[in-house]
Design a protein around this ligand. Structure first.
Ligand code: GEK
Length: 241
C-alpha cells in the first residue's frame, strides 16, 4: 500500500480533487483518515447479503477503487447479480475497473466514469453511497436520493455513510478534535491535518444526522436507521418498504 504524503509539505491552498496522485495513495489515505472505514466496508457486505436478491442490480455510487463492491461480492451468494460501480474521477474509475476485474473475474460488472447525478438506477436491491453524498452540492442531494428510492425494488436498501456535522457547537468541535487526534495517531502531522482540512473545506460539506433522516424521508424512505458511528463518521440503512 503506497503511503499518503500528499499534504506533508507546505503548499498553496487548492481545492481537493480525486486525481491520479490521490487515487495512487487512496487505500492508505482513507484508512488513516476515516475512522472505522475498514469496519464499515466489511460490515456493509454482510448487510447487503441480507437484502441482495436474485437477478437484481447492486450499485456502488462514488465507488473510488471499488472496496464496497468487493466486500459485497465476496459475502453474497445471490444468483445473477450485476455490480454497477460509478465514479466521476477518471483516475478512480480506471483503477477500479482493473482492480475489480482482477479480484472478481466471474462477476457481472460494469464500471462507469460518470457523475452519479446522471446515473440511471433500476432494478436495484442494494445501493451503496459510501462517503460520497457529502461531495455533491447540497441542493442536488435530495434528487439523487429520490432517484435511488425510485430505482430500488420493494425491500431494497440504501447504505449511506457520511461525515457528520453536529448542530450543538460544543459537540461538533469535540468530534472534530477527536477525529484530528485519530489522524495524528495514524501518523499524519499537524501540518498534514491542517492543509487537508483547508483543501476539503469547500468540497466536502457535511450534513447533520437529522438533515439526513429528514432528506431520506422526503425521498420516500419510511425506515432509516443508523447502524454505525465512529466520531463524526456514521452510516445508515434506509429500507424501501
Ligand atoms: C469507498 N465509496 O471506498 N459522481 C461520481 N463520483 C463522485 C462524485 C460525483 N458527483 N463526487 C465525488 N465522487 C468509496 C469512498 S470517496 C470518499 C468514496 C472520500 C467520488 C470521488 O471521485 C471519490 O472517488 C468518491 O466519490 C469519494 O467505499 O475520499 O472521503
Amino acid at each position: 500500500m503506497k503511503q499518503d504524503t500528499l499534504f506533508a509539505k507546505p503548499q498553496p491552498l487548492v481545492d481537493f480533487t480525486f486525481d491520479d496522485a490521490v487515487a495512487d495513495v487512496f487505500p492508505d489515505m482513507i484508512r488513516r483518515s476515516v475512522p472505522g472505514y475498514e469496519t464499515v466496508i466489511s460490515l456493509l457486505g454482510g448487510l447487503a447479503k441480507l437484502y441482495a436478491e436474485d437477478d437484481s442490480n447492486i450499485y456502488d455510487l462514488g465507488c473510488s477503487l471499488g472496496a464496497a463492491t468487493l466486500s459485497i461480492y465476496s459475502q453474497t451468494r445471490t444468483k445473477n447479480l450485476k455490480h454497477i460501480c460509478i465514479d466521476n474521477s477518471e483516475a478512480m474509475a480506471r483503477r477500479c475497473q482493473s482492480r475489480l476485474v482482477r479480484h472478481m473475474p466471474e462477476a457481472n460488472l460494469k464500471v462507469l466514469c460518470e457523475n452519479i447525478e446522471d446515473t440511471n438506477i433500476e432494478n436495484a436491491s442494494v445501493v451503496v453511497i459510501n462517503f460520497t453524498l457529502q461531495f455533491l452540492s447540497i441542493k442536488s442531494r435530495l434528487a439523487l436520493l429520490k432517484k435511488v428510492y425510485q430505482g430500488l425494488r420493494p425491500n431494497g436498501i440504501l447504505i449511506l455513510s457520511e461525515k457528520l456535522l453536529f448542530s450543538d457547537e460544543q459537540q461538533n468541535q469535540l468530534q472534530i478534535d477527536w477525529h484530528h487526534s485519530f489522524k495524528r495517531a495514524n501518523g499524519y502531522s499537524d501540518m498534514e491535518v491542517s492543509q487537508k482540512r483547508k483543501a476539503l473545506e469547500n468540497v466536502l460539506i457535511p450534513d447533520t444526522f437529522e438533515q439526513h433522516l429528514s432528506r431520506l424521508k422526503q425521498a420516500g424512505f419510511e425506515q432509516s436507521y443508523q447502524w454505525f458511528q465512529a466520531f463524526n463518521f456514521a452510516s445508515l440503512v434506509a429500507i424501501k418498504s
